[in-house]
Every structure is written in structure tokens, then in C-alpha cells.
Design a protein around this ligand. Structure first.
Ligand code: ADP
Length: 167
């Protein structure tokens, strides 16, 4: 049994993330989506909100679970048995940082491999930041996020408040 681990901030989950999760779920026995702490990012949504949004979005995919971790990914993955990291790549700019992360993760945990899935072309431009920007200015984000969370996202984004802590 091999688990594909999909890590990220998911602030919030988008159709681009969901596409990668869906495709990973067809390749691996199980997929574990891990909501991580990113010290370089100030998140709009709390960890609990982000987990809830992802859980509702993946409810129809039986082999996907969602967890939170504040550990290093290289450490977290040691508790997951046979696993690989699954990362989505949008553009060359993603590649540079993801390539660096893959090498660092393997340095920290030599058993940990990373596989990259190219984005589907309709999500090439899509990011969580774009969803927050468009949504908080009252724009239509229905083409960017899973429909299960659209209403809640819209109401939250209209409030316009960033979550205080960096998680
Ligand atoms: P981080 O905060 O670590 O950048 P994100 O939550 O932004 O994490 O993204 C998590 C993962 O999802 C990353 O591997 C990122 O490349 C991928 N991803 C984000 N948006 C898309 C998209 N539109 N298409 C494909 N992959 C994406």
C-alpha cells in the first residue's frame, strides 16, 4: 500500500488543488492531504476552516483523508509507512521552489521521494491568493473553488479578516 501525500497551506483549497488530489487518488492506494504550517505565509483561514473546506470538497473520494501537521514534512512522512509526496506544478516558477523542496526533503528523509503532476491547463493560472483577492473584492469565484464550499467562502471573504496567527 502506497500513500500519496499532498501537502500545502490550502488557504483555501481550489479546483487546482482538487484536480491534483483527484488524480493522485487514482494513482495511489490512499491519499493523505496534509494542511501544513508555512512560516512564510500569513493565512486568511484558520487550520480548522481549511481542513473543513478540504474535507467537504473531497467527501466523494473514498481513499482520501485530510489531516493537519505542524511538523516538518520529512518527519511527518516517517509516520506514514510507504509514501511519496505529490506536488502539482503550474509554471517554471513553481518548479524552482518545488525542486528545492524535493531535494531538501530527501536530504532530511532519504526514503522520501517526490512526484510532480503537471496542472491541468484550465487551472494553470489558479492560486489560493487569486481566490482571496477576487472573492474579497466581491468577484465571482465559482469557477475557482469546489461548489460545496462556495457559499461559506464567499461569506468569509466578504468579512475580509486575515487569521491572526501564522499557520
Ligand atoms: P504552499 O502554501 O506550500 O505553496 P499551496 O496550498 O499553495 O501550498 O499548494 C499546495 C500544492 O498544490 C503545491 O504543490 C502547489 O504547487 C499545488 N497547486 C496549487 N495550485 C495549483 C494549481 N492550480 N494546479 C496544480 N497544482 C497546484
Amino acid at each position: 500500500m502506497i500513500t500519496g501525500i499532498c501537502p500545502g497551506s490550502f488557504d483555501p483549497v481550489t479546483l487546482g488543488h482538487l484536480d491534483i488530489i483527484n488524480r493522485a487518488a487514482k494513482i495511489f492506494d490512499n491519499v493523505c492531504v496534509v494542511v501544513m504550517v508555512n512560516l512564510n505565509k500569513r493565512c486568511f483561514f484558520t487550520v480548522d476552516e481549511r481542513i473543513d473546506f478540504i474535507r467537504r470538497s473531497v467527501a466523494g473520494i473514498p481513499n482520501v483523508s485530510v489531516v493537519h501537521s505542524d511538523k516538518l514534512l520529512a518527519e511527518f512522512s516517517k509516520s506514514m509507512g510507504d509514501c511519496v509526496l505529490v506536488k502539482g506544478l503550474r509554471a517554471i516558477s513553481d518548479f524552482e521552489i518545488e525542486f528545492q523542496m524535493a531535494l531538501i526533503n530527501r536530504k532530511l528523509n532519504p526514503k522520501l521521494e517526490t512526484v510532480f503532476l503537471p496542472t491541468s491547463e484550465e487551472y494553470l493560472y489558479l492560486s489560493s491568493s487569486l481566490v482571496k483577492e477576487v472573492g474579497s473584492l466581491g468577484g465571482d469565484i465559482s469557477g475557482f473553488v469546489p461548489r460545496e464550499i462556495l457559499g461559506d467562502l464567499n461569506s468569509r471573504l466578504k468579512g475580509g479578516k486575515y487569521h491572526g496567527k501564522r499557520d
